[in-house]
Design a protein around this ligand. Structure first.
Ligand code: PMP
Length: 361
């Protein structure tokens, strides 16, 4: 992700109190480090400074640091044409976060507290001048060069060393300014033999440990000259699942839009559900079903991936077992462009938010 140089100075911190069964909340504010000073540092030093600067007082030894037992969310707040900031569908992320915490058998963070804290997070940091503002020039390339606020709520366990379940989890909300996720260049994807999620596993929740396999597979794809990786199912290695941190869609030659049905191995993306709704509004037939990699190699005319960070990104080809299926002469397809325009337009407040998806700060 093209992260900006600095984490925002105001961070939210809550902890579950097993005795009162409530959450104790506070805001942590750290000193601003001059931008010029940060720019002089190498990336490692800079991250060290930024993370220390946002000293959260979290335990160094925990179920999270030892076993990858934790979960998180990713959302964006967009600077809108009217001048205010709007978070895109935070209620849906709140529900997924609560679901992830239930999946981890730890007390779930209340959805109303989540939405309120995220709005407050953006407002407080905006007051200090940290968030980007709307720029009319972004409209020229359909927001490809636009900035937004990336909001990262996450759960961390209390201090612990043996394998176990968090009883007094922390919830932290931090964030930074971001620009486009994928670096320019090719938009090729390749299947991987690695398995992201198995049935009865944790693929359906956004837990930290899932992302080790994703990071490895994505790195391997990049080293082989591809932008993104495509995971197949664990049982048969036949059906398409999703990307490293995005859902995947295909437009078939017969015009239908297909995306893998969720089951318990695919993360239910908020961009995925928004895309399905917008496509249906555009009169398209959308099928959520298993789609085999063979069908992708022969019957697809357009492919794209969706996610908060990825937005809606067209994929020029998928390579599987050494064969490349090229879509739409490697150009963004008509469907992807149409849905992307509507989605971005709503998010940046350039067109009417007919769905009330925006939560204004
Ligand atoms: N799948 C995975 C594995 C992800 O990490 C993400 C990013 N959260 C997505 C799909 C897309 O979800 P969303 O549209 O909610 O960002």
């Amino acid at each position: 992700m093209a992260f900006n140089l600095e984490m925002y100075p105001i961070v939210y911190l809550a902890q579950y109190n097993p005795e009162t069964k409530g959450w104790d909340e506070k805001w942590i504010e750290s000193d601003r480090i001059p931008f010029d000073e940060l720019k002089k540092m190498n990336e490692t030093d800079r991250n060290e400074v930024l993370i220390k600067r946002n000293d959260l007082g979290l335990p160094g030894v925990s179920y999270t640091s030892q076993y990858g037992y934790g979960c998180f969310e990713g959302m964006k707040a967009f600077p809108t044409k009217s001048g205010s900031m709007a978070i895109f569908r935070p209620d849906r992320n709140a529900a997924r976060f609560a679901n992830s915490m239930k999946g981890l058998k730890t007390p779930a963070f209340p959805e109303d507290m989540y939405v309120k804290a995220c709005l407050e997070f953006v407002r407080k940091n905006a007051e200090l001048g940290y968030v980007p503002s709307y720029n009319n020039e972004w409209e020229e390339n359909n927001y490809a060069s636009a900035s937004a606020v990336y909001i990262r709520p996450f759960m961390n366990s209390e201090g612990a060393i043996g394998v176990g379940i968090a009883k007094a989890p922390y919830v932290i909300i931090c964030g930074t300014t971001v620009s486009s996720y994928f670096k320019g260049g090719n938009t090729k994807a390749i299947t991987t033999k690695r398995i992201r999620a198995t049935k009865h596993g944790t693929g359906w929740i956004k837990c930290a440990s899932n992302y080790v396999i994703s990071a490895l597979a994505k790195k391997e794809a990049e080293e082989a000259g591809f932008m993104e990786v495509v995971f197949l199912d664990a049982d048969d290695h036949t059906y398409v699942q999703e990307g490293s941190s995005c859902n995947i869609f295909f437009v078939l030659k017969n015009g239908k839009l297909v995306t893998p049905d969720l089951g318990d191995t695919i993360l239910p993306g908020i961009t995925r559900e928004s895309t399905i709704e917008l496509a249906r509004d555009l009169g398209m037939t959308v099928e959520e079903r298993q789609i085999s990699i063979d069908e992708v190699m022969t019957d697809v005319k357009e492919c794209f991936v969706t996610g908060t960070a990825a937005g809606l990104t067209p994929i020029e080809s998928v390579t599987h077992n050494g064969k490349e299926a090229v879509f739409n002469n490697r150009q963004p397809g008509e469907t992807a462009v149409k849905i992307q325009k509507t989605l971005k337009g709503m998010q940046y407040g350039a067109i009417n938010d007919t769905k009330n998806w925006n939560y204004y700060v």
